[in-house]
Design a protein around this ligand. Structure first.
Ligand code: F6P
Length: 329
C-alpha cells in the first residue's frame, strides 16, 4: 500500500523515550507469527489517562496525558493509530479517538472479556496451556490420591477457568460470576471419593470469591495490592473440612506465554488485516471484532462499554453442570 508503519515501544511510553519509536518494515515483522509476547514490548502501568507524576516531596499525582500522546503522534507525522490490547488499552484508544485521533482497536487479551467480540486473541492459547497443565496435574493427583487446586487467570470473568476446566476434566470450577459455597465444593469432592475416584481437580479463577465474601488481594513487597491467592485458601479449607490431602498451585504468567496456537495466529492475522482494511476505508473509531464467520467493525465506545461475563444460563455452564462439574453453587 506504500504506507509507512511505525511501532511504539512499551505501549505509549515509547513516544516519550529515546528510541521508543521503531520502523516496522517487512524485515522487522518477518518470522514473528509463531512467537508469543510482542516484539514492541508492553506495559500495563503508565496509562496516559492517569499518568503518575512524582512531586519533589515524593508524593504522586495523576495527569491526563492523552493530549501529549496526540501531539507526539502528530510530530511523527502519524495519520492513524492501531491500538492492540484489552479493556484498559482500548479505553485509552477510545479516549484518543474522542479527542480526534484516527484510531482502530484490535482486541488482544487472554481474558476474553470484551463483549463486542466473540473471541480476543491470546485466549485460546491460554486455554490450551491451562488444559495441558490440568492434564499433567492428573498424574500427581491420581498417584498421590490428592485434591489438586489450581488457580488460573481471570480477574473479573471465568472464561479461562471454565474452558480449561471443562477440557481438562476438572471436578470443580470456581469463577467470579458464581460466588462459591465451600460446602457444595466439599460435597462434590466427597461424592467423588465415595464413588471410588481417589483424587479431584479443582480449578479456581483468580477473581473468584465465596458467597458473601470478596476476591483476595496480596500485598506485594513494593506495597501494591495484587489479585491472587484464592487457590491456597480454597485448598486449605478443603483439607480442613474433608481431611483429604490437598495441594494448591498458581499457574500464573505461564498462561500468557509460549507459542500461540494455530487458532490464535489465524485470529491475529485476520484482525490485523481487517484493521488495515478499515484504515484504507477511513473507518476510524472502531474495533475489529470476531462475529463468526466474519470479522466486523464495531464502534470503539461500544466495544469498551461492556464486560463479557460468562453467561450463567449459557450452554457452556450448562455443559459443565451436565458433566457433573460443581460450579461452586
Ligand atoms: O489482563 C490480563 C491478565 O492476564 C489478567 O488475567 C491478570 O489478572 C493480569 O493480566 C495479570 O497482570 P500482571 O502481569 O500485571 O500480573
Amino acid at each position: 500500500m506504500g504506507w509507512e508503519i511505525l511501532g511504539i515501544r512499551d505501549s505509549y511510553d515509547g513516544l516519550f523515550e529515546e528510541g521508543g519509536v521503531v520502523r516496522l518494515d517487512r524485515k522487522a515483522v518477518s518470522g514473528i507469527t509463531h512467537q508469543g509476547g510482542t516484539i514492541l514490548g508492553t506495559t500495563n502501568r503508565g496509562n496516559p489517562l492517569r499518568w503518575p507524576v512524582k512531586a519533589r516531596d515524593g508524593s504522586v499525582t495523576y495527569e491526563d496525558r492523552t493530549r501529549d500522546v496526540i501531539e507526539a503522534l502528530a510530530d511523527l507525522g502519524v495519520d492513524a493509530l492501531i491500538a492492540i490490547g484489552g479493556d484498559g488499552s482500548l479505553a485509552i484508544a477510545n479516549s484518543l479517538a474522542e479527542k480526534g485521533l484516527k484510531v482502530i482497536g484490535v482486541p488482544k487479551t487472554i481474558d476474553n472479556d470484551l463483549a463486542a467480540t466473540q473471541l480476543t486473541f491470546g485466549f485460546i492459547t491460554a486455554v490450551e496451556t491451562a488444559t495441558d497443565a490440568l492434564d499433567k496435574l492428573h498424574s500427581t493427583a491420581e498417584s498421590h490420591e490428592r485434591v489438586m487446586v489450581v488457580e488460573l487467570m481471570g480477574r473479573n470473568t471465568g472464561w479461562i477457568a471454565l474452558y480449561a476446566g471443562l477440557a481438562g476434566t476438572a471436578d470443580v470450577i470456581l469463577i467470579p460470576e458464581i460466588p462459591y459455597d465451600l460446602g457444595s465444593v466439599c460435597e462434590k469432592i466427597e461424592a467423588r471419593y465415595a464413588r471410588g475416584r481417589n483424587f479431584a481437580i479443582v480449578v479456581v479463577a483468580e477473581g473468584s470469591y465465596p458467597v458473601g465474601g470478596q476476591p483476595l488481594f496480596k500485598q506485594t513487597g513494593s506495597g501494591q495490592k495484587r489479585l491472587g491467592g484464592m487457590a491456597e485458601v480454597v485448598a486449605e479449607a478443603i483439607a480442613d473440612r474433608t481431611g483429604r490431602e490437598t495441594r494448591s498451585l498458581v499457574l500464573g504468567h505461564l498462561q500468557r506465554g509460549g507459542s500461540p496456537s494455530a487458532y490464535d495466529r489465524l485470529l491475529a492475522l485476520r484482525f490485523g488485516t481487517a484493521a488495515v482494511r478499515l484504515a484504507e476505508q477511513g473507518a476510524f473509531g472502531c474495533m475489529v471484532a470476531l462475529d463468526p464467520p466474519e470479522v466486523h467493525a464495531v464502534p470503539l465506545a461500544e466495544a469498551i462499554s461492556k464486560t463479557k461475563f460468562v453467561p450463567l444460563e449459557g450452554d457452556i455452564v450448562q455443559t459443565a453442570r451436565a458433566m457433573g462439574i460443581c460450579m461452586g453453587d
